[in-house]
Structure formats: C-alpha cells, structure tokens
Design a protein around this ligand. Structure first.
Ligand SMILES: [Zn+2]
Length: 376
C-alpha cells in the first residue's frame, strides 16, 4: 500500500512499444509477441486499492475509465484500516495518511460493504472485470474469520478472496488499536484455514524483515512466514511485494557473510523451488518494488532471469491507491519496462495476465461453489 502518486520520470508508452518491437525482432514461428500494441491489453491488476486510509477514493466507474482498454481485469479492495482524526493530537488538521498523525489506526469493517455495493452497481459485463476482496477483519482476533464468513453470506456472488491485509508492515502495524498482529497467532490460522476451505485467494502483506535491518542478518519474519505458509498448504496465497517495503529493503549480504546468509534473490529462489510452498505466489506490485527491480543493470538482469525461470509464480499489480487518473496508474507498469523487454513472450504474458486469470478464476469458481452450498 502506498499513499502518493508515483513521481518518477516515466518513459512514454511509445518508447515501450518501440523497445518491444526491437526486442521481438527475430521471434520464431509460433511465438506470440508479449506486448501487442494491437491488443491494447497490457495487464490484469492483482493489487488495487479503490480507497485510502480515510476510506475516500475514486468511484468504481472512474476506475473503469482509467483501466480503459489497457487493463482487462482488476482486483478491487479498499484499505481495512482507518486513520483516526484525533483532535487532541492534530487539532483541526485532518490526517489522510498514517504518517500524518500519532493517533491510532483501527479496523474499518464497513469497507467490505462499500466494495460490495460498488461492485453491485455495475452491469454484468463490468462486474466480470473485477475480483472484489474482503479486507475488513482483524487478523489478531479469533472472531476475525467470522467477519469473513458473514461478508460472504451477506454479499454472495461478489467476492473472490481476502486481502490485501497486513501482519507486519513498517510504520503501520505498531499504530493499530488492539492486539498487535502476529504470524504465530491462531486467529490468523483460523482465517487461512477458512480461506482454504472456501477457495478464497489470499493477498497478505508481511514485511520479510524489520526496517533498517543489519546487513548479513537473517530476515526476522522469514522463518515465521514460511512456517505459516506450510501450515496452510491448501490455501492459495499471494505474498504481496515479495515481502518488501519502502524501507524494508531486499536482503543484502556482504562478501564475507555470503557463506551463511542468503540474499533476497536466493531466499525467493529457494521458496519457489520448495515443494512445500507450491501454493505460494508473489505479487511484484508497488512502485517501491519496481524501483528495487530496475535500480541497476544487474538487478534488472537478475529479476528478469527469475521471472523467466518461474513464469507461473509472479503476478503484476500496481498497488495504486485511488489514482487520480491514467498517468499515476500506468506509471507503475511503465517503470518495469526494462524487465518486460527481457522476458520471454510466455513469461511476460503470464506475469502480466495469465497467472491472474488462472489464480483468480479458480478462486471465483470455488467461492461461488461454496456459496451455493452454504448460503441459504
Ligand atoms: Zn501492501
């Protein structure tokens, strides 16, 4: 989740098309171009916030206009946390972001009703382009799972999954009223068990490490995260942002420590080849993640190679929050241009669109079946 527009200088779309045309020269017969200017259909968005930290945002029809013909499908969720406006803290200043006040955040469950009603206001054809997600539950509450069940029974035929919800998130977790969320809390296990039973796709934000972590140290939340994932092998789980944050950087290792500690790439590679984590996928959403990926020629090569090696396990998403128009919305996609150019046509298509369709179509199918059997 982010709270501001992308301010990075972005290449014009024409540049992308041109670069792609150059990159695909020499494609063999039977290979299809990864980015066809003719298709006008660039990606499905696996990570999109319609509203912000004070539950304000854009109308779903405005979002449809932004999507236009470049984006065929998108997830649809708000943000489950509401920044309190404490007069004692900020007086007449009304904070709209969690960094603008010392007052706490609290779970705003009504977000799910807002998302459901926005979805229901659309035509059948428009609805088919969205996968609404349930977010308004407290993952530290043993009753959290009951909220999810209640949303499904109140709004059958709407939701595909749960999330993005956060367990460890820099600056945010410590500000939330009530018990601090934890990867070892049985309340979270109840939620992931239920998601597995229903078929709900799960998008979880969990920083892999603490902010300003020491180089060469094992990422603090990695072990707990892997254990959590392994406790729920039947649940389709997407780890948002590959575990990174604005100041939770990719795990770095010095030459001296390379024998005993793993880099972010090695950690992710090991998880992707671990048969006990076959139900795990990663989203590469958020402009902060895109910036890490394109930070240097080496990072571009490494990220591209990883996506080409594991084309079925990554999903593109923007992680934009109520974007004001097409420019900030598509900027995140365009930052990735150097990586898109290095992907095989197959990997490019899967990361931009195919994996979304496979994972969220399966979620839709299973949730509708559960509703048919369980909602009277
Ligand atoms: Zn996030």
């Amino acid at each position: 989740m982010q709270g501001r527009d992308v301010n990075m200088k972005i290449p014009h779309r024409l540049t992308m098309a041109l670069a792609f045309a150059l990159a695909t020269v020499g494609l063999g017969a039977g290979q299809t171009p990864a980015l066809g200017a003719a298709s006008g259909d660039d990606f499905n968005d696996s990570h999109f916030h319609l509203t912000n930290y004070i539950q304000q945002g854009i109308d779903v029809r405005q979002f449809l206009q932004i999507m236009g013909s470049r984006v065929h499908r998108s997830t649809l969720f708000g943000i489950p946390l509401q920044q309190q406006w404490s007069h004692a803290n900020s007086g007449d200043f009304a904070p709209t972001y969690y960094l603008q006040s010392d007052a706490p955040l609290y779970y705003y469950s009504f977000t799910d009703a807002c998302i459901a009603m926005a979805y229901r206001s659309l035509s059948r054809e428009e609805q088919a382009r969205f996968d609404p997600m349930i977010t308004g539950f407290d993952p530290a509450d043993m009753y959290g799972v009951d909220h999810i069940r209640r949303v499904l029974t109140t709004f059958p035929g709407v939701f595909t999954g749960i999330g993005e919800f956060s367990i460890h998130k820099e600056f945010v977790s410590a500000k939330i009223s009530g018990e601090t969320a934890s990867l070892t809390n049985p309340a979270l296990d109840r939620i992931l068990d239920f998601a597995g039973e229903v078929g709900l796709v799960v998008i979880i934000h969990n920083d892999i490490d603490m902010p300003f972590a020491k180089q060469d140290a094992e990422p603090v939340y990695l072990g707990q995260m892997k254990a959590l994932l392994r406790r729920h092998p039947k649940t389709s789980i997407i780890w948002a942002h590959v575990g990174l944050g604005r100041i939770v950087h990719p795990v770095q290792v010095s030459a001296e420590a390379a024998q005993r500690t793993h880099t972010q790439f090695q950690i992710v590679e090991a998880m992707l080849t671990d048969p006990t984590l076959a139900h795990l996928n990663f989203d590469i959403s958020w402009d902060e993640v895109a910036k890490y990926a394109v930070a240097s020629p080496e990072s571009i090569e490494r990220v591209s190679a990883m996506l080409n090696r594991h084309p079925d396990r990554f999903l593109f998403g923007t992680d934009t929050v109520a974007p004001s128009g097409p420019a900030p919305y598509f900027a995140v996609f365009d930052i990735w241009a150097p990586v898109w150019q290095r992907l095989t046509p197959d990997a490019s298509l899967k990361v931009r669109k195919g994996n979304y369709e496979r994972i969220f179509d399966e979620g839709r199918r299973r949730v509708r079946a559960w509703e048919a059997a369980n909602v009277k």
